[in-house]
Design a protein around this ligand. Structure first.
Ligand SMILES: [Zn+2]
Length: 470
């Protein structure tokens, strides 16, 4: 289209101005990037990464670590592969800053849960891109986020702008099985590599959608902690034809029955209170007032009964007990000398595992039952008064002015606890818009992430990191 002379002069002036701004990369920042090309690159990298089978067990994360190493080497980013035990690889890469601020760690796990091909409509390790989605085991949990973190590293490096802090990329083994051979081993054996970090960004929270619209930005700062226990009962063995009231199995059943009926006390930790208070305004009026002071509201038995009917809400306001594994005789006509059960108990942040164990002993009321700890680590939380939390909130409000940014509180746990135990704040936030249908795909069949989400996430994660390093 032809323009007037005035329009022409204006656009010429604009052209000159833009050229001048391009010489000031700090001022221009993200605007100077070719986002379309970067988004295409992200999608293709994720597709390739999903083809690396890291099903845990056995893991074989070394393949994924080498996948990343090759990319970092090509881009001139210092990177190293660690192998905690044969096949269990972790990738560590670092972009150097000027040291005026302490490092940030971009954490992701390389392993995925297994996928049963029979229930998938595509090859779970084919990296298929179709119908607007990138399909494959790990697309959401959490190879997608791993690639967003990789892209943030690549963009920063290519921009060549001096950084105020180091950016560490840490892709680890074994998260899906507790992290012993991944973050656990890195923290135990190589803590010097990142002991100076100011904070960690990991998987966990996300942008929750309701009715197709953004509901809230959920950043996880604390989690329930597993406290797995094994109960063993002993008794006189014998023939099944002569029942014994004091058999090991009977004693165990009595103990488990008491635990099953036990209602642990209701407790509202600050992060849970904040979550419900922040979301209260979107609720109907009677419920709104109740949620604003959840602790007080739960004193009312009628409200407490209604609130805890939602099993996830229930698990957020108390320590929980799930009886999951049982072992008695291996023959129907033999009364065994021993019977055992494992229970999956989960503690709220700030709880004392020893005190909870005492509480359970009281409930069981039978000192002959032996209780051993199978897994326990100290319940911990990260403070929200950090530059990372503020930055996530700022970026969220910039793209979504009315957005609610709150502390999403999960009932499960991630590798974050390894860092929290060392005093390094760790937040879980995947910058993707996640629906209830997406949630069902975590560990599910036909796991996939939308291309739209990957593009959006690449930009949002880069924007968060950019604000922290420039
Ligand atoms: Zn995960």
């Amino acid at each position: 289209m032809r323009g007037t002379f005035l329009q022409y002069t204006r656009s010429l002036a604009m052209f000159v101005l833009m050229g001048f701004l391009a010489l000031l990369p700090v001022a221009v920042g993200a605007e100077a990037l070719d986002w379309e090309a970067l988004e295409t690159e992200t999608v293709s990298l994720l597709s390739r990464y999903l083809q690396v089978d890291t099903s845990n067990p056995p893991g074989n994360e070394i393949r994924a670590a080498q996948f990343f190493k090759a990319i970092f080497d090509r881009e001139g980013i210092e990177a190293k592969v660690f192998e905690s035990t044969p096949g269990r690889g972790t990738i560590y890469a670092r972009l150097k800053g000027d040291g005026s601020k302490r490092p940030i760690i971009l954490l992701n796990h390389l392993d995925v849960v297994p996928a049963d091909r029979r229930f998938w409509s595509v090859d779970p390790f084919g990296g298929v891109v179709k119908d607007g989605y990138i399909w494959g085991r790990g697309a959401l949990d959490m190879k997608g986020m791993g690639i967003l973190e990789l892209m943030a590293m690549l963009i920063l490096k290519r921009q060549g702008i001096p950084l105020k802090r180091d950016v560490i990329f840490l892709g680890t083994a074994d998260e899906e099985a507790g992290g012993t051979y991944g973050v656990g081993s890195m923290v135990r054996e190589h803590f010097d590599l990142f002991k100076d970090a100011e904070f960690v960004l990991n998987e966990g929270g996300w942008i929750a959608l309701r009715d197709g619209k953004v509901w809230y930005y959920g950043v996880t700062v604390s989690e329930k902690t597993p406290f797995w226990l094994k109960l063993t009962a002993t008794g006189t063995p014998g023939h099944g034809s002569v029942p014994r009231p004091d058999s090991a199995v009977n004693k165990l059943i009595v103990a488990l029955h008491r635990l099953m009926n036990y209602q642990t006390p209701l407790k509202v930790v600050p992060d849970v209170q904040r979550l419900y208070a922040d979301l209260a305004d979107l609720e109907p009026p009677e419920r709104r007032e109740r949620l604003k002071d959840l602790k007080a509201s739960l004193q009312d038995p009628a409200f407490a009964a209604e609130f805890t009917k939602d099993l996830v809400a229930n698990a957020r306001v108390r320590n929980t007990i799930s009886i999951t594994m049982l072992e008695g005789s291996n023959k129907v006509n033999v009364i065994p000398p021993q019977a055992s059960a494992q229970i999956d108990t989960r503690l709220l942040p700030g709880e004392d595992p020893e005190a909870f164990l005492e509480e359970l002993r009281r409930v069981i009321g039978d000192d002959s039952i032996r209780i051993e700890t199978v897994l326990s680590f100290p319940p911990s939380a990260s403070p929200i008064e950090t530059e990372l939390f503020r930055t996530i909130a700022e970026v969220a409000k910039k793209q979504d002015p009315g957005a609610i940014v709150t502390t999403y509180f999960p009932t499960g746990f991630t590798d974050c606890h390894f860092f929290r135990e060392k005093g390094i704040p760790c937040y879980s936030f995947i910058p993707m818009k996640i629906t209830d249908q997406d949630l069902a795909l975590f560990h599910g069949n036909d796991e996939r992430v939308s291309v739209e989400n990957v593009k959006f996430g690449t930009r949002m994660l880069y924007e968060i990191v950019r604000r922290l390093v420039y």
